[in-house]
Ligand binder design. Structure first.
Ligand code: ATP
Ligand code: MG
Length: 264
């Protein structure tokens, strides 16, 4: 049975550290990360390359175990949340199966789930509409642009109707214009579905446009340097990106990303 208290955080990271052993070496990737994400909240993890953002996302998703500390997703362990199809992943590469059409790629988790005796999830036709690909269900990945492939990956993540979406630089490989369009489309979907989203990005404007709060991580080992609430009205618009408030957030996040920024 799903446990979904409205008051407790959807994701709770308490004193999470992660070290990797590589033969002779031990690398501390994350150090003492504490972060709560409320149900329905949109939180971006912003930090320099190699600071442990993907590692943190994988820990939340149950793909990696922390070395120390605890992680709960809706009062369950990440593994339990994953077993109940509460988690949807979108990675930087769409990772579609080239021999399956867009529709069949989206359907894949349902087929796996059905084999495991799970329920049927959302309709593929509905999801093609949601991500703006209603005419392209029969297209194969090689016949779709990068942005369209990433929409298929997003639809695939939504097909089991997860309550938590974990997104690791999903638009990183796209050109700036397509990337900006995808941001606003994601916000539209998020607004309709009221999912919780944890979204990894390098991009300051992306973090501001999307987030309720931005968690800024320090360079390795990753540690939450600061959590910046983005107090811009919703729905967010491209016009807002030219506002004084937006520029102020941009400067604040930029300073926090500098080595030693915001400390002392
Ligand atoms: N499986 C692993 N074995 C050893 N070291 C690892 C492993 N996975 C990640 N690391 C190390 O942990 C650190 C953090 O990696 P991670 O991929 O989480 O960074 P990131 O913030 O996502 O970087 P980027 O922005 O470049 O994607 C890096 O120094 C990396 O070398
Ligand atoms: Mg990464």
């Amino acid at each position: 049975m799903k446990k979904c208290s409205k008051t407790s955080p959807h994701v709770r990271l308490a004193d999470v550290s992660k070290s990797f052993s590589t033969g002779t070496d031990t690398l501390v990737a994350l150090d003492d990360v504490t972060l709560d994400v409320a149900r329905g909240e949109f939180v971006c993890l912003l930090g320099p390359s190699g600071c442990g953002k993907s590692t943190l996302l994988r820990i939340i998703g149950g793909l990696l175990e922390p070395t120390f500390g605890s992680v709960t997703v809706g009062e369950q362990t990440p593994a339990e949340a994953q077993a109940e199809k509460e988690l949807g992943f979108v990675f930087q590469e769409p990772s579609l199966l080239p021999w399956r059409s867009a529709s069949d790629n989206i359907r894949l988790p349902l087929e796996v789930n059905r084999t495991n005796g799970g329920d049927s999830g959302r309709s593929v036709e509905d999801l093609l509409n949601v991500v703006g690909l209603d005419r392209f269900g029969h297209y194969y990945p090689s016949q779709l642009s990068g942005g369209m492939q990433q929409r298929v990956a997003l639809a695939r993540a939504l097909v089991s109707d997860p309550s938590l979406l974990l997104m690791d630089e999903p638009f990183g490989a796209l050109d700036e214009i397509t990337r900006a369009t995808m941001r606003y489309e994601l916000l539209r979907i998020w607004d309709e579905d009221q999912k919780t989203v944890v979204f990894v990005t390098h991009s300051i404007p992306e973090a501001i446009v999307l987030s309720d709060r931005v968690a800024v991580l320090t360079g390795r080992p990753g540690h939450v340097r600061s959590i910046v609430p983005i107090d811009l009205p919703r729905p967010r618009t491209e016009l807002m990106e030219r506002s004084r408030a937006f520029l102020n957030y941009s400067e604040q996040l930029h300073d926090l990303l500098l080595p030693g920024g915001g400390d002392g």
